[in-house]
Write a protein of this length. Structure first.
Length: 457
């Protein structure tokens, strides 16, 4: 006959992960029976870095971040971080993140006996191993240590900073971008006289970037005063460079801040602190303009002119609007009883002109003279393509080459990719807002470059 039996359950530990650098650890459970899956830190042995190609490496499987510590020593040389995706068979360059500056660099060089230093290593996603390799060696030695853990790493691009002081041309402050979405530039110091430009210097050819001050209403292509500026058109990789394009005196301290957070555009809100409201109006000569309430509406007080048609002292109701002719008499726009417009005016001989009985011939156009079109050769230095002409009334330029062409107006030398730049096939038409009678120069970067020119007088 079967009987019930009593059993006792004895908890049994589960063996955790093990590798050369991770000790075998029993994985237990808490009082609620939840499985404890904590992964212990992976720590390398202390290794001496005292020769070319000496290295220290670590298996980082399952860890979130890895750091490198170098004890104070006598090492003089260069240390480079590397990572591997195939358990150490193949190695690729990666980066150090120096939290004390902060900055991201591909290697660290000591030109004198090394100090105590610590860096975060930024490996390729999915890396299985990291190492620090001596890629340049002069003398001395220092002990290194690698440690990987579950400590979450803050994206270094949120804290990218580069600092420097500019005291003339030929100097620059650079920031290497790491997935950056926005860049701010703070310019301070004892004051400077000159022009500072911001441009992308890699991986592509130099490309100038716009900036705008925090309270400005428009974008500028240069900085001429201390202040805080946001960079427009920030690339996600490469290098941002800040430098003087022209310099007279003084110095400028530059701080560049990069972040993965994009700019948040705040709507402009009008309030008592940024809107000036006045309680009065003036006419063109400073007289006060007043108003009166009529039928519950505020209406402007309008005084009737005291001069009538052709010097008559008393105006009459049919006057709609008027102005003085060459003899000083008021002339008006009138309508007849049928609503037809009658234009009362004087011709050059003083004869009256009425649009109902005389033909009114108005021609405001003056024929212009187009010069014969020419083709001007453009060189790699600022080249004169059209001499100054006081009779000039217009100008048409066309880039007929395969190179970019930059222009200089009013006798100013042309600077490549500064000012007005025409891409291949682009055209420039000089209108009233860009009009100049001065000499025009051009510059390009390639040989056999031409620009079409047609002047109008």
């Amino acid at each position: 006959m079967a009987t019930d039996a009593t059993f006792s359950v004895v908890p049994t530990g589960i063996t955790g992960l093990s590798s050369a650098n991770v000790p075998t650890t029993p994985v237990g459970s808490d009082t609620l029976g939840n499985l404890n899956t904590t992964i212990p830190d992976s720590v390398s042995s202390m290794a001496a870095l005292g020769a070319l190609n000496a290295s220290i490496s670590l298996d980082i499987h399952g860890q979130q971040s890895v750091g490198f510590q170098l004890a104070a020593g006598t090492f003089i040389g260069t240390l480079t971080p590397q990572c591997s995706l195939d358990s150490g068979n193949t190695w690729f360059g990666c980066s150090f993140y120096n939290n004390s500056i902060p900055s991201v660099v591909s290697s660290v060089t000591f030109t004198s006996a090394n100090t105590l230093s610590a860096y975060t290593i930024l490996p390729i996603g999915g890396s299985s191993n990291v190492r620090v390799l001596v890629t340049g060696y002069t003398s001395g030695t220092a002990n290194g240590l690698l440690r990987a853990s579950q400590v979450a790493m803050i994206t270094p691009a949120d804290n990218l900073v580069s600092t420097g002081t500019l005291t003339g041309t030929g100097q620059s402050v650079n920031l290497t971008l790491q997935g950056t979405a926005s860049v701010n530039i703070d310019v301070s110091g004892s004051g400077f006289v000159g022009t500072i430009v911001v441009y992308e210097s890699s991986p592509s050819a130099q490309r100038n970037l716009g900036v705008f001050a925090l309270n400005a209403s428009s974008i500028a292509m240069s900085i001429t005063a201390n202040g805080n500026y946001r960079v427009v058109g920030v690339p996600t990789s490469g290098t941002i460079t800040v430098a003087f394009s022209s310099y007279t005196s003084g110095s400028a301290t530059i701080n560049i801040y990069g972040s993965t957070a994009p700019y948040i555009v705040q709507p402009y809100s009008a309030n008592a602190s940024n809107v000036l409201v006045t309680s009065y109006l003036n006419d063109g000569v400073g007289n006060a303009v007043t108003s009166t309430t009529i039928n519950s509406k505020q209406r402007l007080d309008v005084g009737t002119a005291s001069e009538g048609l052709d010097g008559n002292a008393a105006p009459f109701w049919a006057i709609a609007t008027g102005g003085k002719d060459g003899s000083g008499n008021l002339q008006t726009l009138l309508t007849d009883t049928s609503g037809n417009l009658a234009v009362l005016n004087k011709d050059g001989s003083g004869n009256s002109i009425n649009s109902q009985s005389n033909a009114l011939n108005v021609n405001t156009k003056t024929a212009l003279v187009y010069s014969a079109p020419i083709t001007a050769s453009v060189g790699t230095t600022s080249t004169l393509i059209l001499a100054a002409n006081s009779a000039r009334l217009g100008l048409y330029l066309s880039n007929t080459s395969l190179q970019q062409i930059s222009l200089g107006f009013n006798g100013n030398a042309a600077a490549y990719q500064y000012g007005i730049t025409l891409f291949p096939g682009e055209k420039f038409w000089m209108d009233e807002y860009s009009f100049s009678t001065g000499a025009i120069y051009a510059i390009t970067t390639g040989a056999a470059t031409y620009i079409g020119v047609q002047e109008i007088t």
